[in-house]
Design a protein around this ligand. Structure first.
Ligand SMILES: Nc1ncnc2c1ncn2[C@@H]1O[C@H](COP(=O)(O)OP(=O)(O)OP(=O)(O)O)[C@@H](O)[C@H]1O
Length: 607
């Protein structure tokens, strides 16, 4: 928060300094313009009786009777004001602090002057702008504008011998820019006005071809810009410049710049960017290898003539730094000048509502930022970065949307899997129930018969017949009576050729029910040597394929336990006992002396 407050305060101070600097610059430029207007009037009609640096009041007072104005315009265009009302005392008319003439006199002169100015299509002012009470409301600036426009018209007429149609675009920055540039060229650290410089405005030397070429490229670009916007274009000026008249270039340059600066207000950012870009591109693409750099020697030669101020304002700026002046340096100068000129123009703007409208439309906002930063307004790199940033933001947004879509899709799939898993477990449970139900339906008690192979001849006399329904028929051929034939019924009968695996498969479903929580008991019953041990454990010293039901059942239980280990943790315990001669012995006991199983007999009375 503190950092933000400090930044805000610093920004406010910077803006305040900036506005103070602009206000000071504005006053300085207004003084220069008055000086230039007064100097021109004196050069045209002779001494006007005011100081060399007149104040607004002093300057307006000497013009109030209209006599100077009428004489001046008659010098430029004879008989523009056919009848000039002379003052009744010359001393009064030439003294700036004299009492005002009768109203009808100077009103007549001023009115005739304004009519003549309008005929020349020059910017005029109102008669009331010469009133004492109107000073300070911008009236003096309007009068100065009018006189300087008349001066420009006169200069153009002199150079072009009055040919063509003069269309003046209102450009209060004409003298502003010229005077400011002169003052800056000779005194960067001081704001004292050096009036002597502006009095020596002459044609720039022609030997500096590089500077001239660069200036020409600027003028040409400005010219193209104005033609492109098709507004406020002085086609005579453009034609004069294109004609290549060297004497006309200086004035044409000033006029073109003034036209350009006025147009800048309408679309400042775009227009200026185009001008600077075009100028730089022309410089960079110039055929001469040293065109991109205005050499130190050339500038030094030029600086030798500074005392006589024979160079143009733009040229003076090119001399700043007195070292190798690169295109980058020139661009920086142009940027700074542009910002100062446009900012001053805004301060001169009396139409605050219009300025606020521009600000509201965001068209002037970038200029303020440029003025504070002191750098070029918009560069190609910035545009590229902005484009790249927009593109990256767009791609990031698309990736974010894609990620959200994928996450949503993944969530749906997980939800489906969860639902399927719940359904699967429910189905497995139902299958277990149905499975054990089937085992119950098959019978809780099942009796199987396994016929051992015959080992002696005596037994060969007995014929047995088995059937698929589990019935066993024993026929003793030695006994033909009724007792000679016996029929037994079992769940299933395994013949002498049956294998261990076939016997196990029949009992396996019951064994698996153990894993579902059912109690299962399998035991072998028969006389000695009938094959009980063989069926349950397998032959002694037999191979794996001869393993009995006990081992095959345990293998099956371990396999099921491994398959279901993620769901159920089974515990498997084995106990082997022998009941022989009514004694129970633990066959897995490690100490053979204690194999007798500790049985405790419980009688009904003890329950
Ligand atoms: N299905 C069979 N196929 C081949 N030989 C068998 C089969 N059943 C039993 N025998 C053989 O018969 C003999 C007696 O079998 P076994 O020892 O398993 O009988 P038993 O019922 O366990 O006898 P006891 O009650 O005296 O222990 C063994 O030599 C055994 O290998």
């Amino acid at each position: 928060m503190e950092k933000t407050t400090a930044t805000t305060a610093a920004t406010a101070n910077g803006l305040q300094d900036f506005h103070s600097s602009l206000a000071s610059r504005k006053a300085e430029e207004a003084a220069w313009r008055r000086f230039e207007a007064a100097q021109w009037l004196e050069s045209l009609v002779g001494p006007i009786g005011i100081s060399s640096q007149p104040s607004e009041r002093e300057f307006i007072s000497c013009l109030r009777n209209g006599l100077l104005l009428c004489n001046a315009i008659n010098k430029i265009r004879p008989d523009s004001v056919p009848t000039v009302v002379e003052s009744y005392t010359a001393s009064q008319s030439l003294s700036w602090d004299s009492q005002p003439l009768p109203a009808y006199q100077y009103f007549e002169n001023v009115r005739n002057f304004l009519v003549a100015v309008e005929e020349l299509k020059l910017p005029a002012f109102e008669a009331c702008d010469l009133e004492r009470d109107s000073l300070g409301a911008g009236s003096a600036a309007k009068v100065v504008d009018c006189i300087l426009a008349l001066k420009s018209y006169h200069e153009l007429k002199t150079m072009s011998v009055g040919s063509g149609f003069y269309k003046h675009t209102r450009s209060p920055l004409v003298s502003h820019s010229v005077s400011k540039l002169h003052s800056r060229a000779f005194s960067n650290s001081s704001r004292l006005l050096d009036m002597s410089i502006a009095t020596a405005e002459k044609q720039m030397p022609s030997k500096d071809n590089e500077v001239q070429n660069f200036k020409d490229s600027i003028v040409k670009t400005i010219d193209d810009c104005m033609v492109n916007v098709k507004e406020n274009v002085d086609y005579n000026l453009v034609a004069g410049f294109r004609s290549g008249n060297p004497n006309a270039n200086q004035s044409i340059l000033n006029e073109l710049i003034s036209n350009f600066l006025f147009l800048v207000i309408q679309d400042a950012i775009n227009l200026f960017s185009r001008v600077i870009t075009t100028c730089l591109e022309e410089q960079l693409q110039n055929k001469s290898p040293n065109k991109n750099t205005i050499s130190k020697d050339v500038l030094r030669e030029e600086s030798g003539t500074v005392a006589q101020s024979t160079s143009s304002p733009l040229e003076d700026q090119f001399k700043v730094g007195n070292s190798k002046l690169t295109v980058r340096h020139v661009k920086s100068i142009l940027c700074n000048e542009f910002v100062c000129l446009v900012s001053s123009l805004f301060l001169n703007c009396q139409d605050l509502a219009g300025l606020q409208s521009l600000l509201g439309e965001g068209r002037v906002q970038p200029l303020a930022s440029i003025a504070i930063a002191g750098e070029r307004p918009i560069s190609k790199d910035n545009l590229d970065i902005k484009t790249l940033l927009s593109k990256t933001k767009l791609e990031f947004g698309e990736l974010q949307s894609q990620l959200q879509s994928d996450l949503k899709h993944l969530g749906n799939q997980v939800q489906e899997l969860s639902t399927a898993a719940l359904g699967y477990h429910r189905v497995v449970k139902e299958n277990q129930i149905l499975y054990n139900m089937v085992q119950d339906l098959k019978g809780s008690f099942r009796v199987y018969c396994r016929i051992r192979p015959i080992f002696n001849d005596k037994a060969m006399n007995i014929r047995d017949f088995t059937d698929d329904d589990g019935s066993l028929v024993i026929q003793d051929p030695l006994r033909l009576q009724k007792d000679g034939r016996k029929i037994f019924q079992f769940n299933h009968i395994f013949g002498p050729t049956s294998t261990q695996d076939e016997v196990f498969k029949e009992t396996q479903p019951l064994i698996r029910s153990v894993m579902d929580g059912y109690n299962v008991c399998i035991f072998a019953y028969g006389q000695t040597g009938s094959g009980k041990t063989y069926t349950m454990s397998g032959p002694s010293g037999g191979v794996a394929m001869d393993m009995g039901i006990n081992f095959l059942a345990l293998n099956d239980l371990f396999q099921i336990s491994e398959t279901r280990k993620d769901i159920i943790n089974y515990g498997i315990h084995v106990q082997m006992v022998e009941i022989y001669n009514e004694q129970v012995r633990d066959l897995l006991a490690e100490d053979s002396a204690t194999t007798k199983y500790p049985l405790h007999w419980l009688f009904p009375s003890q329950l």
